[in-house]
Design a binder for this molecule. Structure first.
Ligand code: NAX
Length: 331
């Protein structure tokens, strides 16, 4: 007996990341080779024609696991019976935009999406926010969907983890598969802290393998923090394939049991772990139990350098929350 199809919603489906993501979901890379999917694709009216073209291409792949496609600009339709909502579409910061403007315009997207998820989604729904500023967009959606438990909401920091792992692997001259427990703390922004100090390379502390502390505390961190900007500079467009890949990695990382000695990075609703203010959508290393549950990895310690970095990114997220509270988007 084949599994029943699982409904997966992707917003901003006609965008760059959507184009890199949908085909991988339809081929089984998100939910596994034994789970058929129904894709529910949300776009704004002006992008519906482009979305039609993407749907034609999905049809033309003849994916055996693709059990249906619903392309819509209606929020209720987009989230009907969905078990995974990948919120990709958003309005990223444009030149000259203040943080308040950015949060206000995105509030107009993520507040109604949160409400529509609460109203229409399947009882097991999980939500991953990719659209920037993803932590606070996720906070807005979550706070407007109190019926959906707080531990089902995620914002994407996995691309930062993947970027950081590759930088460490290159520096150490090892395979990226040898790098583990690389936590991204805080905000998916230039204040994020890629925590080399708690990571390992082939089972040893990274700081024993890479002894160039100036590089770890300097170029390593800034390369990861500014990688998105470097890609825009080089490609003329923001990262899309690697972002879609990270979205897949995030969902797979949440679905499957985390290996001992490892963790996966994702921003979750803080329950006060490591002294972070409760309720912030905060990047942590988490450990998944393989049955849908997860917890923040406990027992890590931070030196003054790391504490200072984590304080800065916390401060930024607190400021964003104050801004969206001021705008009446969250309580
Ligand atoms: P694109 O501009 O190519 O696509 C965005 C799509 O969203 C467009 O097709 C647009 O019509 C649609 N859209 C806008 N408002 C919408 C709404 N209210 N409902 C449904 N769809 C809507 O951007 P793309 O390169 O795909 O990036 C999407 C988002 O991901 C951006 O906010 C970007 O900043 C963010 N990113 C997040 C990353 C992360 O690690 N968390 C990394 C990559 C990326 O920068």
């Amino acid at each position: 007996m084949p599994n029943a199809p699982v409904h997966v919603t992707v917003t901003g489906a006609a965008g760059q990341i959507g184009y890199q993501l949908l085909f991988r979901i339809a081929s089984g890379q998100l939910l596994g080779a034994d789970t058929p999917v129904v894709l529910r694709l949300l776009e704004i009216e002006p992008a519906m024609k482009a979305l039609e073209g993407v749907v034609m291409e999905l049809d033309d792949c003849a994916f055996p696991l693709l059990a249906g496609i619903e392309a819509t600009s209606d929020l209720d339709v987009a989230f009907t019976n969905t078990s995974w909502a990948l919120l990709v579409g958003s309005i990223p910061r444009k030149a000259g935009m203040e943080r308040g403007d950015l949060l206000s315009v995105n509030g107009g997207i993520f507040k109604p999406q949160g409400q529509a998820i609460a109203k229409n989604a399947a009882s097991d729904v999980r939500v991953l926010v990719v659209g920037n500023p993803c932590n606070t967009n996720c906070l807005i959606a979550r706070e407007n969907a109190p019926e959906v438990p707080a531990d089902r909401w995620f914002a994407m920091t996995r691309l930062d983890e993947n970027r950081a792992k590759t930088q460490l692997a290159k520096k150490a001259g090892v395979s990226v598969a040898d790098v583990a427990q690389l936590a991204i703390w805080g905000n998916h922004s230039a204040t994020q802290f890629p925590d080399f100090s708690n990571s390992t390379i082939a089972g040893k502390p990274t700081t024993e393998v890479i002894t160039d502390t100036a590089w770890l505390e300097g170029d390593f961190i800034t390369t990861v923090q500014k990688r998105g900007a470097a890609i825009i500079e080089a490609r003329g467009l923001s990262s899309a394939a690697s972002a879609a890949n990270a979205a897949i990695d995030t969902v797979v990382g949440l679905r499957t049991k985390t290996a001992p000695g490892d963790s996966v990075s994702v921003a979750v609703a803080s329950r006060g772990e490591y002294g972070t203010p409760e309720g912030l959508q905060f990047g942590f290393p988490i450990v998944a139990d393989g049955e849908g549950g997860w917890s923040v990895l406990e027992g890590l310690s931070h030196d003054e350098f790391a504490k200072d970095r984590i304080a800065k990114t916390t401060e930024e997220l607190v400021g964003e929350r104050e801004d969206v509270r001021g705008l009446g988007l969250v309580s």
